[in-house]
Design a protein around this ligand. Structure first.
Ligand code: G3P
Ligand code: MG
Length: 243
């Protein structure tokens, strides 16, 4: 089972920053997960929350900042003073570093109620095309099926995962219609029977956010392919890597 650093490595570096990506590399991770959104001037940035309050020294709705304004915010001190130079990264810069480090990236498209799926998908797709990133190193995911539908048209060669908290009863129909290769779900709502059915149907199955080694071992036994974790170091240092 693959360990995917959640938001980089959220327990060791400020989430969704280049420092987190370097930390993932230091730990030897093959995968990280990040969240992306649009600024007011349609730049794709790596950030989870709808507001900048929690993870920067600024205040307000992220979508109301221009990229230049955002880049002046300190995105690291909230985590620890040594990260004061961290900024909210552009997706293109994040992916360029990931490519240099040889790390796969699960790009989660965050669509909050006031966001526009068409704009977000179009801009993410343009970043992919302009950066000429290796499609095999990337996976798109979203809680919003409309994003997956649009990405299927815009970037058909990059794998997509339907992201859900609870697995819907019609999961197979949805995965087929969206032509997804994976289902990403919350581990809390997964049963062994459901995991085995998803695997038997030929899909990859990934679970978030798994921060306990015993839970990870159970999921590995059920055939889960990858877990998103804030604490990959626990699996690596205790020798309990659930692979
Ligand atoms: O992509 C898995 C996980 O990141 C989804 O939840 O809120 O951490 O983005 P969240
Ligand atoms: Mg996420």
């Amino acid at each position: 089972m693959i360990l995917c650093g959640h938001r980089g490595v959220a327990s060791l570096a400020p989430e969704n920053t280049l420092a987190g990506l370097r930390e993932a590399h230091r730990l030897g991770l093959e995968w990280v997960e990040i969240d992306v959104q649009l600024t007011r001037d349609e730049q794709v940035v790596v950030a989870h929350d709808e507001k900048v309050n929690r993870c920067t020294n600024g205040k307000g709705w992220l979508r109301q900042f221009d990229r230049d304004e955002l880049s002046r915010l300190d995105a690291g001190s909230w985590f620890a003073p040594t990260f004061a130079d961290e900024r909210i990264p552009l997706l293109q810069d994040y992916l360029a570093l990931a490519a240099r480090l040889g790390i796969h990236v699960n790009i989660e498209l965050k669509l909050y109620p006031e966001d526009d799926a068409e704009r977000l998908c179009r801009r993410v797709s343009e970043v992919m095309t302009q950066g000429a990133f290796d499609q095999n190193m990337l996976l798109f995911s979203s809680f919003e099926p409309d994003c997956l539908r649009q990405l299927r048209v815009l970037q058909p060669d990059i794998d997509r995962a339907l992201l859900v908290e609870r697995i819907p009863d019609d999961w197979q129909t949805q995965l087929q219609q969206l032509k997804c290769t994976s289902l990403n779900c919350h581990h809390r709502h997964l049963s062994r029977a459901r995991a085995e059915a998803i695997k038997a149907a030929g899909y990859r199955l990934n679970c978030y956010t798994v921060n306990h080694t015993s839970k990870a071992a159970t999921l590995a036994a059920w055939g889960v392919d990858m877990i998103f974790t804030d604490t990959p170091q626990d699996y690596l240092t205790t020798g309990s890597r659930p692979c």
